[in-house]
Design a protein around this ligand. Structure first.
Ligand SMILES: NC(=O)c1ccc[n+]([C@@H]2O[C@H](COP(=O)([O-])OP(=O)(O)OC[C@H]3O[C@@H](n4cnc5c(N)ncnc54)[C@H](OP(=O)(O)O)[C@@H]3O)[C@@H](O)[C@H]2O)c1
Length: 278
């Protein structure tokens, strides 16, 4: 783990973003820096985090603490929390964003791969929130965005079996946390994007498939992030924040006519989920 890239003797608040090395997380960092936050940057690829830290310093005068970490490792969030204590950094804005998709059916993978996935997508999110929330409650100010997905709001698809389940977990977790923290003045949101331009589909090996989806199904990462931040900083936050008119409509249709979305997904999963590994 690396040190702070700029002096921090000021009273500027800190934000922590997991998955800061690419896609939605990287854009969160730029937007939060623009809003005057110093940044704790977490992901595995340290080189990318340092490049981003340097960009944030030169563009916005932001201090960054670069914490390279593999969130699949069970001790990773403890090490992060420990390092924050040592640096006396109080995080006011937490973005649990790190994530990925696994292409294939449930039994195509060994349990180790599933266990790592659950650790990154759910356990690490809970651990980090559990470590940072008490100080936010004490100060009566804080924001937590759990980057979920519209996949957590619609019926499960074939392939990427645990993905929708993990995102549904984050949504329910965020709803409970929002209720528990209302009087602490800590705002909680589950941000639920649909297909968003990032490196996600390159990592999951589905780029070729999803490139065939119509343009109205695609969101810009900047639009997703702006909607997410705006949703959580409002006096009455959107606890389940769905960026994009198409996806808000999809979720509404699913609530009213769940049979229709179940039918479409049964027929169409293979259009955007790679069902065979490799
Ligand atoms: N793109 C979409 O269509 C879409 C839609 C709905 C929701 N989402 C959600 O949005 C979030 C961000 O995804 P994205 O679209 O920005 O994808 P991305 O461009 O692939 O970025 C994923 C980020 O997560 C980090 N990450 C992955 N595994 C990690 C691990 N084991 N430890 C630490 N960091 C890890 C990656 O960093 P390193 O590789 O450097 O570790 C990277 O910074 C995810 O939670 C995803 O599920 C995405």
């Amino acid at each position: 783990m690396d040190g702070i890239d700029a002096p921090t003797t000021d009273m500027t608040p800190w934000a922590l973003v997991t998955g800061a090395s690419a896609g939605i997380g990287e854009i969160f960092c730029r937007n939060l820096a623009k809003r005057g936050y110093h940044l704790v940057l977490v992901a595995r690829r340290a080189d990318r985090l340092h490049t981003l830290a340097e960009e944030l310093r030169s563009k916005f005068g932001t201090a960054s603490l670069v914490l390279p970490a593999d969130l699949a490792e069970p001790g990773a969030t403890r090490t992060i929390a420990q390092r924050l204590r040592e640096e006396e950094i109080h995080v006011e804005f937490l973005v649990n964003n790190a994530g990925y998709g696994m292409s294939g059916r449930f039994t195509d993978f060994g349990w180790r791969e599933h266990a790592d996935f659950i650790q990154v997508m759910t356990t690490a999110v809970c651990e980090l929130t559990h470590a940072l929330l008490p100080a936010m409650q004490q100060r009566k100010k804080g924001y937590v965005i759990n980057v979920a997905s519209v996949a957590g709001l619609i019926p499960g698809t074939e392939g990427a079996t645990l993905y929708g389940a993990s995102k549904a977990f984050l949504i329910s977790f965020s709803q409970s946390l929002a209720l528990e923290n209302y009087f602490h003045r800590v705002n909680i949101s589950a941000l639920c994007p649909g297909f968003t331009y990032s490196e996600f589909h390159d990592v999951s090996g589905t780029r070729e498939l999803v490139n065939r989806l119509p343009s109205y199904m695609w969101l810009d990462a900047d639009e997703v992030v702006r909607f997410g931040i705006e949703s959580v900083v409002r006096p009455r936050p959107r606890v389940v924040a769905i960026p994009g008119r198409f996806y808000r409509m999809l979720v509404r249709v699913n609530r009213m006519f769940p049979g229709i979305t179940r039918h479409i997904l049964r027929k169409r999963s293979k259009d955007f989920r790679k069902l065979d590994r490799g």
